[in-house]
Design a protein around this ligand. Structure first.
Ligand SMILES: [Zn+2]
Length: 91
């Protein structure tokens, strides 16, 4: 329900879900990063968002409860040229 163009789905009885965080979405569609938009620490939030962008993620505002179950590690990309991944080929 991220689209604002479906007014027929609006339910007045449900509380409005506040967009209280930012998520980072990889080009493949995997949601791999999340940061709570804490008004107390705007600099930290901005830093995280900037980091998401630097990594090539698209950043979107979201509701924590909505995205909690969507967050996962990207399993699409194959580990290649990643110096941090523990790939050791010894024979
Ligand atoms: Zn992926």
């Amino acid at each position: 329900m991220e689209q604002a163009e479906s007014p027929n789905q609006a339910r007045p009885s449900e509380p409005v879900r506040r967009l209280d965080c930012y998520v980072g979405i990889k080009p493949c569609g995997c949601m791999v990063a999340w940061v709570y938009d804490d008004p107390k620490y705007p600099k930290d939030v901005a830093k995280s968002v900037a980091d998401f962008i630097k990594r090539g993620y698209s950043v979107e505002r979201a509701n924590t409860d909505d995205v909690r179950h969507k967050l996962s590690k990207c399993k699409c990309a194959k580990p290649s040229n990643d110096p941090s991944s523990p790939v050791t080929v010894a024979r």
